[in-house]
Design a protein around this ligand. Sequence first.
Ligand code: NAG
Length: 332
Amino acid sequence: MRFFLTILTAASSAFAAAVLQDRSSNYVGYLISTFTDANPKVQFYLSNGNSPSSFRFLNKGQPVLTSTVGTKAVRDLFLATNSARNIWYMLGTDLDVYATGFSWEKVQTHGSKALVIWSSTDLVKWSSSTLATVEDNTAGMAWAPSAVWDDSTSQFYVFWSARTYAASDPGHTGSPSLDKIRYATTKDFKTFSAPADYYTIAGTPLIDQEFQYLGTAGHWARFLKNNSGSHVLEETTTGGLFGKWTRKPGYVTNDRPREGPVSFPDLQTAGLYHLWLDDTTTGYLPYQTSNIDGGAYTKSSYTSFPAGLKHGSVTPLTQSEYDAVLAQFPPV
Ligand SMILES: *[C@@H]1O[C@H](CO)[C@@H](O)[C@H](O)[C@H]1NC(C)=O
């Protein structure tokens, strides 16, 4: 696995350049990509200045992107970019929980094996939606995607959650694996390497992985939902995405249910990280820590915070990106 260690150390530094370099001067605010149960389409919120708690609902509160492919509903959004920030991909789960005949069992056994993808060079003009089949026929679904850009190979590592069945069980009538994290690589979100397992914990079903780069090459945190206890756990590494990870004892909070973790660094205070957790009914609740290695989180006490936000991502923007998004999608 030396090969992977080498390229992923490079990936770490590339991601640092894309997301964190020169934090206070390059980034002026945050863009939230999210959806609601009632309206499973991409919705944008933009922070007032660099506040992590005060946001405006862009595009006068209307969705900015609608899926016209697959189930025509989209959830679990992730906004990915490269280190040059000249190509953007919006990734989502292809899943309609209001479809006729819907059941959670069915969508995890014979669900969509594709992600919904939009692309843009400027965050303003977007392609129409496309379906990117990332899974093979052993998988029951492909949920909750995210992606990390690797400068050294000029490609993205794409991650999602799936349960898989034996290759000898094409009808998926036998017992599946527990939910686990899968991955593939891509340069264009059209063609992908063969999917492979990224992470499993024996006896614990895992979904909703979120990575957080920690500002030093190879240093990362990741958050995962334990899908049997509906808790979110945290692990850290200093050895890159494919290095050795250490699990923090217990959970980031004993509050439950919690899912869809989104993590991002504070733009004003070095070492402060925000972690939002969806309680599955009212949406994201904000937590924070000044000790991301220690795994101790407290609830953020904000006077304002948007209600009903579901599993999405938070992206720091430069001034020109911030201005372009605000001009194109004026708020309510
Ligand atoms: C996941 O949750 C189940 C049920 O609460 C628990 O038994 C199991 O130990 C948890 N796994 C981890 C890794 O914490």
